[in-house]
Every structure is written in structure tokens, then in C-alpha cells.
Design a protein around this ligand. Structure first.
Ligand SMILES: Nc1ncnc2c1ncn2[C@@H]1O[C@H](COP(=O)(O)OP(=O)(O)O)[C@@H](O)[C@H]1O
Ligand SMILES: [Mg+2]
Length: 356
């Protein structure tokens, strides 16, 4: 095996200890890898299933240096990692997916410009930093539209919907951030996503597109197969491959699409394993977590073929109190994150129901 291939027994560093870190760690362990999870908060989900856990802030450079010297490669489970932390890590080991992919996906403006440059469609958008910009953006983009923070948004946070131009002043006052974009509202008939992956030697593999339903900006369910034509699925997979290629990407990516009339509009992408890919845990031989671990360790990718039809449902906030009922239904594959505090909108677990 070449030098860039890590053998079982090597240690994978994971930035972020949430449920994605937990499931990455479990997949790594199945392949004989050790994991070292770095996370600022105490007792995160991944700390229960990692070989080493460091609780430290992302500006604790000493802790970051120790972390980097203890691992053979570094990956991350969320995209809002401070650049300074990555600068420290990169002195000692490689980070996958690359800094470039991370940089683009961290900023909705760069992300949309990147996608348009490749020739793919996004919502109309306009950069907004001042109230005058907002007025101008409304002229360009129209209403309804959504004012979004360029950075740090997730699960619909940092978004304000604008129904008419007359709301501009109120919306501006309500928005505390100043690095924003105004996005035209996409009148979509469906939302779906493709979980793609690319190995170090350029092999590309995509899971079957999953159809997503969001409520209040948070993913509720993913259903496979998605209700799309073969042509639409093929187009989405080809777009995913093109994005992976153009970034010389290594790892798993989650790309969110809108279907508007008959055309595919890209919403955003995440340079990591993705909530809408959780169905792969029970619908495929090799799931998205293992695929990511295979990619970043230089292994060949696994077979992403779907063997079952699946509905994945998230357990959000109080949904966790349904657990007893879900346990009683022995036909569900339950995945619980072990989070102690139940808050509205917090992802507590999910389950996969096999349809056939
Ligand atoms: N331009 C838009 N038009 C219509 N719906 C949108 C638009 N932007 C976001 N949404 C809805 O809000 C959800 C969350 O927005 P998204 O941009 O994906 O942010 P996040 O980073 O929080 O996931 C989307 O999945 C979609 O349902
Ligand atoms: Mg999203």
C-alpha cells in the first residue's frame, strides 16, 4: 500500500464531538482504527465511543498541538471550525476534506459563486452588508426572499423571511449580523440531497438521492428512493461528481438540492457526513460514515448501492420521550445520541424504518 494509506490501528482525529463525530468514530472502530475526538463541551456524544477525548477550546493552541501530534489524519464533523485551529493542526498532519472545500462551504456567498461558476443553478442572491444593500438586493432578487447570515448558520438558524419590500426596515433591525445575503425564495416541489464521496485516488461514489422534508429549517425525514425521475437523479449525481472533482475532494460531501419545476437548483453543500445520509446505515452495506473513513485513510470506497427502501426520521427535542414506544417496535433501527439535555430543536437521535 502507498504511504498515504493508513493501516488499521492508526488514529483518526475528529474535530467536533456531536452525533456525527460519534457515528464516524463507531465506523472507524469497526475498521480497526482508533479515534481522538476534540471538542469544547463536556460529555459530548462522541466521547463515549472514542479512544481518546480532549475537551478544549478551538483557541487552545497547546491542546491542538497535542491533539495533532497524537493522530495520523484529521477530519471534522462540522464546518464552522475557526481557521486558526486548522493552521495549527496543518503543521503536523493532513486535514480531509481540504481547507478549500471548507472555506467555500463556510460562506454562503462564496458557495453560491462557486456553484454558479461551475455552471449550476442556485437561488438568485445578493450580498448585503448595509441597509442600503438590502434595499438594492430586494430590487434585484424580489420577494418573497430570505435574508441569511453568510456564516455559522445551521438548522435554519440565522434566517429571516421577507414577504414584501415594506418589511425591509423591520427585518434589518431584527438582524444582528451584518455579513448577509438575500436569497430569492425557491418555489420548490421537492427537496433532496446526494451524499457523494471521493477517494484519495479519485474514485467517486454516490449514494442514491434521498428526499428530504424540513420543518422550521430542520430536517425531519429522508426517504429513499426519492420521488424523482431517473434523469433528475442522474443529473444530481453528475453535478455531485463535478463538484467533487473540481475541489479535488477527499471524503464524504452532502449536497442539498431543490427541484423547481423541472430544474435542479443547488441549495448548499456540507463538506462532511450529513444528516440526510443517515438512512445509509440500514440501507447500504457500506454507510456514509464508513465511506468517509475509507476515503480519508486512503482506502478504496465501498459499494454505495442501496439494498432497501428506507425512511429515516429524526428525533428532535421532545420526540426523545417517544423512545419507549420506538423500542417496543422492534422493526426500527434506532440510533440514539445519548445527549443529557433535551432542548427544542436539538437533534437527540434518529431511526431508520425499512420499507422493503
Ligand atoms: N432560498 C430558499 N427558498 C426556499 N426555501 C429555502 C431557501 N433557503 C432555505 N430554505 C429552506 O430552509 C431550509 C434550511 O435552509 P439552508 O439554507 O439549507 O440552511 P441550513 O444551513 O440551516 O441548513 C432548507 O432546507 C429549505 O427547506
Ligand atoms: Mg441546509
Amino acid at each position: 500500500m502507498s504511504k498515504s494509506v493508513l493501516l488499521s490501528g492508526s488514529t483518526i482525529g475528529i474535530l467536533g464531538g456531536g452525533q456525527l463525530g460519534q457515528m464516524l468514530s463507531m465506523a472507524a472502530s469497526r475498521l480497526g482504527f482508533k479515534t481522538h475526538v476534540f471538542e469544547p463541551s463536556a460529555n459530548p456524544p462522541a466521547s463515549n465511543v472514542s479512544s481518546i477525548f480532549t475537551q478544549a477550546e478551538y483557541d487552545d493552541y497547546k491542546a491542538l498541538e497535542q491533539f495533532s501530534s497524537s493522530v495520523d489524519v484529521v477530519t471534522y464533523e462540522f464546518e464552522n471550525i475557526p481557521t486558526g485551529a486548522l493552521d495549527i493542526i496543518e503543521r503536523q498532519c493532513e486535514i480531509f476534506p481540504s481547507r478549500e472545500a471548507l472555506k467555500i462551504s463556510q460562506d454562503r456567498l462564496l458557495e453560491k459563486e462557486f456553484i454558479n461558476k461551475l455552471g449550476f443553478k442556485t437561488a438568485n442572491f445578493y450580498e448585503v452588508s448595509t441597509q442600503e444593500d438590502l434595499t438594492h438586493a430586494i430590487d434585484q432578487v424580489g420577494t418573497p426572499s430570505i435574508l441569511k447570515t453568510r456564516r455559522f448558520g445551521y438548522d435554519g438558524k440565522g434566517q429571516l423571511k421577507l414577504e414584501s419590500a415594506s418589511q425591509a426596515e423591520d427585518i434589518w433591525k431584527e438582524s444582528s449580523a451584518k455579513d448577509l445575503i438575500l436569497e430569492g425564495f425557491v418555489n420548490f416541489s421537492r427537496e433532496f440531497s446526494v451524499i457523494g464521496s471521493r477517494s484519495k485516488d479519485g474514485q467517486i461514489s454516490c449514494f442514491d438521492p434521498g428526499e428530504n422534508v424540513h420543518k422550521e429549517g430542520i430536517l425531519r425525514t429522508t426517504t429513499v428512493p426519492a420521488n424523482l425521475t431517473v434523469q433528475q437523479k442522474t443529473e444530481a449525481v453528475l453535478i455531485t461528481a463535478k463538484i467533487l472533482e473540481s475541489l479535488n475532494y477527499v471524503g464524504v460531501i452532502g449536497i442539498e438540492f431543490f427541484l423547481e419545476k423541472n430544474s435542479l437548483v443547488i441549495n448548499e453543500f456540507a463538506p462532511r457526513v450529513h444528516n440526510s445520509g443517515h438512512w445509509t446505515q440500514n440501507g447500504c452495506t457500506v454507510d456514509q460514515f464508513e465511506q468517509h473513513i475509507r476515503a480519508i485513510t486512503g482506502w478504496k470506497l465501498g459499494n454505495a448501492e442501496r439494498h432497501s427502501d428506507i425512511i429515516m426520521e429524526n428525533l428532535i427535542g421532545d420526540d426523545i420521550y417517544k423512545t419507549n414506544k420506538l423500542v417496543a417496535d422492534g422493526s426500527l433501527a434506532l440510533h440514539l445520541y445519548g445527549k443529557a439535555d433535551v432542548n427544542p430543536g436539538r437533534k437527540m437521535g434518529h431511526f431508520n424504518r425499512i420499507k422493503k
